[in-house]
Design a protein around this ligand. Structure first.
Ligand SMILES: Cc1cc2nc3c(=O)[nH]c(=O)nc-3n(C[C@H](O)[C@H](O)[C@H](O)COP(=O)(O)OP(=O)(O)OC[C@H]3O[C@@H](n4cnc5c(N)ncnc54)[C@H](O)[C@@H]3O)c2cc1C
Length: 91
């Protein structure tokens, strides 16, 4: 194992950040307040919520679909994964 000082020096010019969201635009939406009504409210702006909202709109373009995200789109697992796209991880 290398000396801790060597590791610290090597990592000094780095910073921890999420690769996938590095160049994502900032959150342009204001915080939602007040009462609202819609046909479908989807909670969570990860892959599951985004695809649910997209498919619902594709199914019925006139439907009022609201996507509610507590932090920012892709904040959780969807913005931090390894990027593997396979039919199976057990092969
Ligand atoms: C380290 C890591 C590596 C991975 N690598 C891979 C990979 O290489 N390939 C692969 O296929 N999969 C991978 N996965 C799995 C994959 O990323 C997840 O299965 C997938 O992103 C889950 O998507 P999701 O939309 O269900 O959940 P999430 O992405 O977790 O989204 C849920 C969202 O809901 C929001 N939310 C939760 N509660 C509320 C609330 N009450 N109100 C408003 N918003 C709320 C959260 O803020 C979050 O944005 C990885 C996961 C991790 C953590």
């Amino acid at each position: 194992q290398p000396d801790e000082a060597v590791v610290r020096r090597a990592l000094a010019p780095t910073r921890q950040a999420v690769f996938w969201t590095e160049d994502a635009p900032g959150d342009p939406y204001p915080r939602l307040t007040g009462d609202h009504s819609c046909d479908l409210a989807v909670v969570g702006g990860g892959y599951t919520g985004l695809w649910t909202a997209l498919l619902a709109k594709r199914e019925d373009p006139s439907a009022r679909v609201v996507l509610l995200e507590g932090r920012r789109v892709g904040w959780a697992a969807s913005g931090r994964n390894g990027g593997f796209c396979e039919a199976s991880l057990t092969h």
